[in-house]
Design a protein around this ligand. Structure first.
Ligand code: ZN
Length: 155
């Protein structure tokens, strides 16, 4: 069984054209096909591309980070949260769910905080301007681990 490992540069924008993220000027993103390392809507398109290909890939929210779910937004009394200052944009992990999405503070006053556990990109249709820079076969070690290793070797 063989799998491809693909490295690509990307610039990510939202529907208004605002840049959300970019790998340009840094290391490209490297992933192994078929293991869910990147969002499905992007992997589907990259599967047909080769080194040097450039493309703008539009991915709906549903095929990217999912739709926003209002049930992931909760109001919590201030006294049941860690003491100290809390600001909009702070993130923390629920103690009972260490592997879950972190909560982001989206509103806070003296009495309560509103916390949002949606992925920050949930509900947003994304546009990826991509360029494939490397395609190779996965190594035996990568196949065993179930993920791609970067240029510097293991992890
Ligand atoms: Zn590994």
């Amino acid at each position: 069984m063989s799998k491809r490992v693909v490295s690509f540069h990307y610039t990510l924008t939202d529907p208004s054209g605002k840049q959300l993220d970019s790998s340009v000027g840094a290391d490209p993103l490297t992933y192994m096909e078929g293991v869910g390392q990147i969002i499905p809507g992007l992997e589907k398109v990259l599967a047909s591309l080769k080194v040097g290909d450039k493309q703008i890939v539009k991915v709906t929210a549903a095929e990217a980070y999912g739709e926003r779910e209002e049930r992931f937004v909760v109001k919590v009394p201030r006294e049941s949260l860690p003491p100290g200052e809390m600001h909009v944009g702070d993130e923390f992990q629920a103690a009972e769910d260490p592997d879950g999405h972190p909560f982001r503070v989206i509103a806070v006053d003296a009495k309560e905080a509103t916390l949002d556990a949606n992925h920050p990109l949930a509900g947003i249709d994304l546009s990826f301007d991509i360029e494939v820079v490397l395609v190779r076969e996965a190594t035996a070690e990568e196949l065993t681990h179930g993920h791609a290793h970067g240029p510097g070797g293991h992890h």
